[in-house]
Design a protein around this ligand. Structure first.
Ligand SMILES: NC(=O)c1ccc[n+]([C@@H]2O[C@H](COP(=O)([O-])OP(=O)(O)OC[C@H]3O[C@@H](n4cnc5c(N)ncnc54)[C@H](O)[C@@H]3O)[C@@H](O)[C@H]2O)c1
Length: 308
């Protein structure tokens, strides 16, 4: 298939692009490089540096596309609190312009990167797709809920095929966010440079960490689906953050001090996916366990540190 990947220079988009190419698809990456890195993009892909807000440009690129995988977004929660207008324009208006451009060019299939954050504070664990969406505590979360809603609206109004993937906590090689606010890259980078580990909530929070290769594969399976589908993508295993830290210590063979940073507003205490639906309907399941995934991720950051 001819696939257009938005945000393909970013962490998840570049990994999904590579897997699509390995599976024999043709890929065009659209990214404005505001956050992503050109060197992340697989050489086999066609790269167009463009902004989602530039609808005429999208309409030039889209013809001949069979499906869009929409990952372009600003993602940093704290930054979204400081810049709600920028986040709303970029994420929400960017998505509406993409959907309009798709409609105008007759491209009617979209796979959208959503997030477990749409559930807010979950009413029960594990979280299933029919659980209610929760109250959002920051503009980023509101943009994800609204982007989902626009995709669903284009399904009901214009018969788009819409697949919404709600990621839990992705991690793995290639994660180079600036600023980096995610636990795993920050912990590993601290340990490798023998610095204290910054830890909130004494590490008592529970998260469902999903390795990037498993997550990327979840984008391939729904390419032939039609209609509207929403799937959680997680391992179904809740891991206490302090246990994650201890596993990293075990894998590197030494410990560094912990810098306890207290509580952080807006953090949900536990997030664990039920991925029964995607398993049952698409045959997807997480294959890579936390130790194996962390080992590969540590190798990635170690090789970057040794080359600088
Ligand atoms: N990383 C996570 O933990 C996580 C969790 C849940 C959901 N998600 C979602 O997954 C998607 C990808 O996340 P990521 O971690 O790869 O982020 P990332 O920042 O690494 O990648 C996003 C890419 O989108 C590009 N981009 C942003 N705005 C754009 C615009 N207006 N036009 C063109 N390109 C634009 C950026 O340059 C960047 O390359 C996002 O939609 C994010 O909300 C990520």
């Amino acid at each position: 298939m001819n696939i257009l990947v938005t945000g393909g220079a970013g962490f998840i988009g570049s990994n999904v692009t590579k897997l699509l190419l390995d599976e024999g698809h043709s890929v065009t990456v659209v990214d404005n490089l505001s956050k992503g890195h050109k060197e992340n993009i697989d050489q086999r892909a066609t790269f167009v540096q463009a902004d989602l807000l530039d609808q005429p440009k999208l309409e030039e690129i889209l013809p001949e596309t069979d499906a869009v995988i929409h990952m372009a977004s600003l993602i940093e929660v704290g930054e979204s609190v400081k810049k709600p207008v920028e986040f709303s324009e970029n994420n929400i208006i960017g998505t509406v312009k993409l959907l309009e451009a798709m409609k105008n060019t007759g491209v009617k299939k979209i796979i959208f990167s959503s997030s477990a954050c749409v559930y807010g504070t979950p009413s029960k664990l594990p979280i299933t797709e029919d659980d209610p969406l929760g109250e959002q505590e920051n503009p980023y979360g509101i943009t994800k809920v609204t982007m989902e809603e626009f995709c669903i609206l284009y399904h009901s109004l214009f018969n788009f095929d819409v697949i919404i993937l709600r990621y839990f906590n992705p991690y793995g090689p290639g994660e180079l966010h600036q600023p980096e606010t995610h636990a795993i890259p920050n912990f590993i980078k601290a340990v490798l440079s023998k610095n204290p580990i910054p830890l909130f909530w004494k590490g008592e929070q529970i998260r469902d960490f999903i390795y990037i290769d498993d997550l990327a594969y979840a984008h391939i399976l729904p390419l032939n689906l039609s209609g509207l589908h929403i799937y959680n993508v997680g391992t179904e295993l809740g891991v206490k953050v302090i246990n994650l830290v201890n596993t990293i210590f075990k894998l590197v063979g030494y410990e560094t001090p912990i810098n306890h940073k207290g509580e952080r507003e807006g953090d949900v205490s536990s997030l664990v996916a039920s991925s029964e639906k995607i398993k049952k309907e698409l045959g997807w399941k997480a294959e890579i366990n936390l130790e194996e995934g962390l080992r590969k991720t540590i190798d990635f950051y170690r090789s970057r540190l040794s080359s600088t």
